[in-house]
Design a protein around this ligand. Structure first.
Ligand code: SAM
Ligand code: SF4
Length: 327
């Protein structure tokens, strides 16, 4: 699918649930959120149908996300089905890691092509604070299990908040010194509860890591589907990635759209622009009709985000929290 700015959209981030077993400060409110009802959430057969239609339009890669995707029963079978759709080349997962160990065997059998584990601290108390009572040992155990199962690639996604966990930058980066994993530092985006905290810029990350670990080499071969820029630090087994959407916009090469668990095809993180695909699907739309609807919608994909603009001045600004968008 080519959008009106000539970008080839071949990657979809698919949120299979808005529910989560953690409550990260920057993502979900303490009391949880008003959850979608079972009727509002797509059944896996419905998701598969839409994914088949999307792959018919040229989508080749899917990232299964959430909420926490592993809390949804049947997700491993869904991943296996998604993998076997014609045209689908890659299915990866983004998880908080809490339920990773117990799902690994099935994920491996399903043919998962890579796992991203979100981990913002290595300190058990800070982890409890950031996730509102999560147990870091389950995540570290899941990471070890994924390494032992030779899942490749494994990426750690770390999000730093000024004054909360930014002192852990060097320790988190050391995971890729000691293990075959990439550690990617994601700049906090001012979406939902992300507006409450102060981000740490990619520039600061690079400066501090250079001071701690020596001059890095830019790694310019493609790694993954996303906008991360990768660096090799001397003696490190894995790479360090920066995903700094705010300080370095990568909109001109954006290759993605999102689909939420209630069937909303979302065009850009910052805007609430897209189309409801579930209602027409349930009303009996044919594949050709769904394809037409998707193609017309893709043509409206915004050129770029304007996170630096005042909130009140942005039309169609996204107000949902990240757990319902999928990150
Ligand atoms: N529960 C899974 C997890 O945590 O990996 C998948 C969903 S979560 C919404 C996906 C990613 O979005 C996580 O890595 C999380 O750190 C990131 N995220 C959440 N809120 C964010 C924000 N405001 N800015 C940037 N990334 C955010
Ligand atoms: Fe849950 Fe992931 Fe959001 Fe944390 S970032 S609350 S783990 S959906």
């Amino acid at each position: 699918m080519i959008d009106s700015f000539g970008r080839n959209i071949d990657y979809v981030r698919l949120s299979v649930t808005d529910r989560c077993n953690l409550r990260c400060l920057y993502c979900m409110p303490e009391g949880g959120v008003e959850q979608l009802t079972h009727l509002q959430i797509m059944r896996f057969e419905e998701m598969l149908r839409l994914c088949r239609v999307l792959s018919g339009l040229g989508v080749r890669k899917f990232k299964v996300s959430g909420g926490e995707p592993l809390v949804r029963r049947g997700v491993n079978d869904f991943i296996a089905d998604l993998k076997s759709l014609p045209g689908v080349e890659q299915v990866t997962l983004t998880t908080n890691g809490i339920l990773l160990r117990e799902n690994l065997e099935q994920l491996k059998r399903a043919g998962i092509d890579g796992i991203n584990i979100s981990l913002d601290t290595l300190n058990e108390f800070t982890f409890r604070e950031l996730t509102r009572n999560g147990d870091i040992d389950s995540v570290l155990d899941g990471l070890q299990a994924a390494l032992a199962a030779k899942i490749c690639p494994i990426k750690i996604n770390a999000l730093l908040l000024k004054g909360k966990n930014d002192n852990e930058l060097e320790n988190l980066a050391a995971l890729s010194r000691d293990m075959e994993v990439s550690v990617r530092f994601i700049e906090l985006m001012p979406i939902g509860l992300g507006t409450v905290y102060e981000p740490v810029s990619g520039e600061e990350v690079l400066r501090r890591l250079t001071a701690a670990y020596g001059e890095p080499e830019e790694y310019d071969r493609p790694m993954g589907n996303g906008p991360a820029k990768y660096y090799s630090f001397p003696g490190f087994k894995g790479k360090i990635g920066l995903i700094d959407a705010i300080s370095h916009s990568f909109c001109s090469s954006c290759n993605r759209v999102r689909m939420t668990s209630d069937g909303w095809l979302k065009l850009c993180l910052q805007y609430d622009i897209g189309v409801d695909l579930l209602t027409p699907l349930r009303a009996g739309a044919s594949d050709a009709e769904l394809q037409e609807l998707i193609s017309q919608t893709i043509a409206k994909k915004p050129e770029k985000h304007v996170f630096d603009q005042e909130k009140g001045k942005i039309d169609n600004r996204e107000i949902k929290n990240m757990n319902s968008i999928g990150g």
